[in-house]
Design a protein around this ligand. Structure first.
Ligand code: CIR
Length: 253
């Protein structure tokens, strides 16, 4: 169960955020409304929500998931591979330290964005991507092992982050799309296959029994519902324009 979360309000400069989606420029006012709805959804799932202020220096800073990994035993401040995001870790440190006694850091030459890290109980899958390199993954594995946790790496082919195409829904159920559908790393899970035309919805998030899904992806919502979960759609279209999914918008712990 999770009890807390941290989010950061989007800044006006989000219109300059990194994007490969080809969906146009986000509408800032709409993004603010969607972000407020997202906070509401977290609260309805039983989480307290710490809302950090927008920071105009960092267009992508609303995607807080990438800059820290929160485990039940320690937190890890990452080292983002995207140069424009590298300094975001300085913004998040205080709020992490307020919540954790044990805080570790990924160091150069390692890079790691926690959108590439998926927690499955005490095991963590780390995606090797354009943002997360082997050195970053190796450091994270060493840190996690020190706390009695385990980790393994998965090489990514197409997606931005590991959790762009995967969402662990607990109870051995794994939402998966594209390159992850027949990946032997995930053979042991019951795969809930997301259709290619709803790939964005693979980034759905289990929170205390409810699954938050992006609004507008009815087949995936039904897939999750028929697997026995309560589904709570949240409209995050303006964040999708920046390649950001539901999970990217919060740290949950
Ligand atoms: C970026 O490219 O870094 C942002 N525009 C989107 C980050 C999405 N984060 C995530 O998937 N965990």
């Amino acid at each position: 169960m999770f009890t807390k979360s941290i989010v950061r309000k989007p800044c006006r400069a989000m219109v300059d955020g990194l994007s490969s989606a080809g969906l146009g420029v986000p509408d800032y006012q709409k993004a603010l409304i969607q972000h407020a709805d997202y906070i509401d959804a977290l609260e309805q799932c039983g989480l307290s929500v710490t809302v950090l202020p927008p920071d105009e220096r960092f267009p992508d800073s609303t995607f807080v998931e990438d800059v820290a990994l929160m485990t039940p035993r320690c937190a890890v401040i990452t080292r983002p591979g995207a140069p424009t995001r590298a300094q975001e870790t300085r913004l998040i440190q205080d709020s992490i330290r307020q919540n954790y006694a044990a805080v570790k850091m990924i160091q150069a030459p390692g890079t790691l964005e926690a959108g590439d890290v998926m927690m499955v109980g005490d095991h963590y899958y780390i995606g090797l991507s354009e943002r997360t390199n082997q050195a970053g993954a190796t450091q994270l594995i060493t840190i996690l092992e020190k706390y009695g946790l385990s980790a393994s790496v998965v090489k990514l082919d197409k997606v931005l982050h590991l959790k762009t195409g995967l969402g662990y829904l607990e109870d051995n159920k794994l939402l998966a799309c594209g390159e992850f559908l027949d990946n032997p790393h995930f053979n042991q899970y019951e795969i809930l296959a997301v259709d290619a035309d709803e790939a964005y919805a693979a980034n759905s998030v289990w929170i205390n029994g409810t699954v938050l899904t992006p609004a507008g992806f009815p087949k995936t919502a039904e897939l999750i519902r028929s697997a026995g979960y309560e589904v709570r759609p949240v409209d995050v279209s303006e964040f999708q324009k920046l390649d950001g999914g539901l999970s990217c918008l919060s740290l949950r712990f």
